[in-house]
Design a protein. Structure first.
Length: 581
């Protein structure tokens, strides 16, 4: 070590700069920092001792910095209102009772460290316990990983030369994008409940019989893949890069990046983002309104109980009674959607909703059958077509008669993927209560885990194009023509049976989406990734073609700034909505 220090002093500023870089890099991502340290040792002969000391200091300091940031966030009144509640406090209790396991697992599993260490600070997990665990785990983890990287680096990275740095940058970008994803709660919950050995032997989900009915009126799930699709596992910011590239290319080809906003020129930015969902339903002509689930809207205005009173009067005037579905007028992926059972729940929902924003109260359709119908029609054409039909299965598990619900959730690939939502650890979703998680469902019992069926909470999507019929196409052609200048969008529906749906009957529309309503069949776990992109590329081309036709008819594109503004407005609202159910 003394020899290494002497070399460092003799080398001057070069090694000083490298050591400072290694100290700071863990603040971005520690595995990338360790990779960088091994590259410096292999390529630039940085002393191993100095590299390890710099990395260790940076890793431990960054861990405490993340914890401290969480502690500072707790001092913000706005964050306390958003995140600290009796329901969410169980996350803090859980972290406090499993701190050593959680801190160690967060170091091993990509994407977990920042959100969990931040949450440890936010919920005041013991600093002494946190600090001892992170100091010891880093002392064990760092030399092992460093040795692996250095060993392979000597054999491989040194031969690549400067290409090694390009590889490191790519790995860094992937790691950062992955860092932004939701934590893989299933691993942590499994470890905290059954120990680290559960990572090796997870157990098997309850098998379904080929014709076992879990969703009334829907085709049996049977042996249909219930895994997590590759498209779902790719971080969104990476997944959408090819689509962004095509969007820019089509924008240059058609000389306007905002052209898709003319797909439905009577709707704000064509319904790409941030449009009012109720505006579609209000515009729908009277003969077609019978297909809509009854609804009313109310604007959140007061802090007291007047909003609840106005909502009750509006419901009575529309013939609505409890239970009722409450959801944001500007919504996305089921955020803020909840089934309200009584006036007290409605009052609590309204109190948590952003002031000045509109809420839709809608008659619930108690059918298990749910689907997304993507419709398209070129301007000037007499008829359109259904581009895709997707069945949406709400997240569920099947009881075996002896396992509690929490174990059943962790055994199934899809429900384990979103275990944080079902266990109540996701602030945007209510999840199951503790008593329910301890309950042992009967053998063969289907347990619905969420009112909403979005894949955000583990819903299963199935490509159902084989059920598209001429009768169904005619029905949605009639409905779509009841909307002025509507050429592209997705209808979310509830239906009684597949047979009735094929005949264009027995369904109710619960939501209409515009140009931003992508074909959700691409999230079918059985669909290959290449086909996913083919379908999404095709839909994007159609949006530009429709927009170009409407531009030639005299409609003016709103411009890219308007699209970005509506997207930002939607994102800003989503984080303020009450948790979905």
């Amino acid at each position: 070590m003394i020899d290494a220090l002497q070399r460092f002093l003799e080398a001057g500023h070069s090694e000083l700069f490298e050591c400072m870089a290694l100290f700071l890099l863990p603040f971005a991502h520690e595995d990338v920092a360790i990779l960088g340290g091994s590259l410096l040792v292999v390529e630039h002969q940085l002393p191993v001792g100095l590299a390890l000391l710099s990395l260790y200091g940076g890793i431990v300091t960054s861990d405490f910095a993340i914890y401290g940031l969480g502690a500072l966030m707790r001092r913000s009144p706005r964050i306390r209102r958003m995140l600290l509640s009796p329901r969410i406090d169980r996350l803090g209790h859980w972290l406090g009772s499993h701190t050593p396991e959680i801190v160690m697992m967060a170091r091993l599993l990509p994407g977990l460290m920042f959100p969990l260490y931040l949450t440890c600070g936010l919920y005041r997990v013991s600093l002494l316990q946190f600090g001892l665990t992170t100091v010891l785990s880093a002392a064990i983890y760092l030399p092992i990983v460093f040795l692996l990287f250095s060993t392979f680096g000597t054999a491989v990275l040194s031969d690549l030369g400067y290409w090694a740095w390009i590889l490191a940058i790519v790995i860094f970008a992937v790691a950062v994008f992955n860092w932004m994803r939701s934590p893989k709660w299933q691993f942590l919950l499994r470890v905290s409940s059954t120990g680290a050995g559960a990572l090796v032997s997870r157990g098997d989900a309850v098998a379904l019989l080929p014709d076992q009915v879990t969703h009334r009126g829907m085709p049996a799930v049977g042996d249909m893949p219930r895994k997590v699709a590759l498209a779902e596992r790719i971080p969104p910011l990476i997944f959408y890069i090819p689509l962004a590239v095509q969007w820019v290319w089509l924008g240059l080809k058609y000389r306007d990046l905002s052209l898709p906003a003319l797909a439905n020129p009577m709707v704000e930015v064509g319904g790409l983002w941030g449009e009012s969902k109720s505006s579609y339903m209000v515009m729908l002509s009277m003969p077609q309104r019978g297909w809509l689930a009854d609804f009313v809207t109310i604007r959140r205005e007061q802090v007291g109980g007047s909003d609840c009173e106005r909502a009750s009067r509006a419901m009575a005037s529309a013939g609505l009674s409890f239970p009722v579905v409450a959801k944001p007028d500007i919504g996305w992926r089921g955020y803020g959607v909840a089934l309200i059972q009584n006036a007290a729940e409605l009052r609590a929902y309204l109190a948590a909703f952003p002031l000045g924003e509109v809420i839709i109260l809608q008659r619930p359709i108690f059918c298990d059958g749910e689907a997304g119908v993507l419709y398209v029609r070129m301007p000037g054409e007499a008829g359109g077509k259904i581009l895709s039909l997707t069945f949406r299965y709400f997240p569920f598990v099947v009881g075996d008669g002896h396992s509690p619900l929490r174990d059943l959730i962790l055994r199934d690939a899809r429900t384990a993927w979103k275990a944080g939502a079902h266990f109540g650890l996701d602030t945007s979703h209510i999840g199951r209560d503790l008593q329910d998680l301890d309950r042992v469902p009967a053998a063969g019992e289907t347990v619905r885990l969420s009112f909403i069926g979005s894949n955000r909470v583990g819903g299963l999507y199935r490509d159902a194009r084989e059920h598209i019929t001429a009768a169904l196409t005619r029905r949605f052609d009639e409905i779509s023509k009841g909307l002025p200048e509507f050429y592209y969008g997705r209808y979310d529906i509830r239906f009684e049976s597949v047979e009735q749906l094929r005949n264009g009957e027995g369904f109710s529309i619960i939501e209409i989406n515009g140009a931003g309503g992508e074909s959700i069949n691409v999230w079918d776990p059985a669909m290959p990734l290449a086909q996913v992109y083919r379908e999404l590329f095709q839909q994007q081309r159609l949006l530009f073609e429709i927009g170009d036709c409407n531009r030639r008819r005299g409609f003016r594109p709103p411009g890219a700034r308007a699209i970005v503004a509506t997207q930002w407005h939607q994102y800003r609202l989503i984080v303020q909505y009450p948790p979905s159910a």
